[in-house]
Ligand binder design. Structure first.
Ligand code: AMP
Ligand code: ZN
Length: 116
């Protein structure tokens, strides 16, 4: 099977603007930023969706958040930020490789979906 887009980015096969990397995760600038700070943090190993995580992925899942903490500090997001997984069709996930959107530098509203 063809490796997915974010596997290829994390593996260096497709260029990206690297923001952070450790043993478990790779972070890069979103190509279509929705805010002054918009970074994507992905596991280096392919995991399609949040519901595919199992207990043995606990360190990888945790590293997505600890990377967000490091990057938020680096970017000076002291007034807050949003960390979002778009997951599955209803969640608006376009790339089927888990990615944490770290979005900041702007005051955000809630809810981020049309009211029902
Ligand atoms: P999602 O809708 O949650 O699946 O988000 C996918 C994100 O990936 C979008 O914000 C896109 O702008 C971003 N994206 C797609 N291709 C690339 C790329 N080659 N480099 C960086 N970001 C990308
Ligand atoms: Zn992948």
């Amino acid at each position: 099977m063809e490796p997915c887009l974010f596997c290829r980015i994390a593996g260096g096969e497709i260029p990206s603007e690297k923001v952070y990397e450790d043993e478990f995760v790779y972070a890069f600038e979103d190509i279509n930023p929705q805010a002054p700070v918009h970074v994507l943090i992905v596991p280096k190993r392919h995991i399609a969706r949040v519901e595919d995580l199992c207990h043995s992925d606990a360190e990888t899942a945790g590293r997505l958040l600890t990377a967000a903490a490091v990057i938020a500090k680096q970017r000076g997001l002291t007034n807050g930020f949003r960390a979002v997984f778009n997951n599955g069709a209803d969640g608006g996930q376009e790339v089927e490789h888990i990615h944490l959107h770290l979005i900041g530098g702007v005051k955000m509203g809630w809810p981020p979906f049309p009211s029902v």
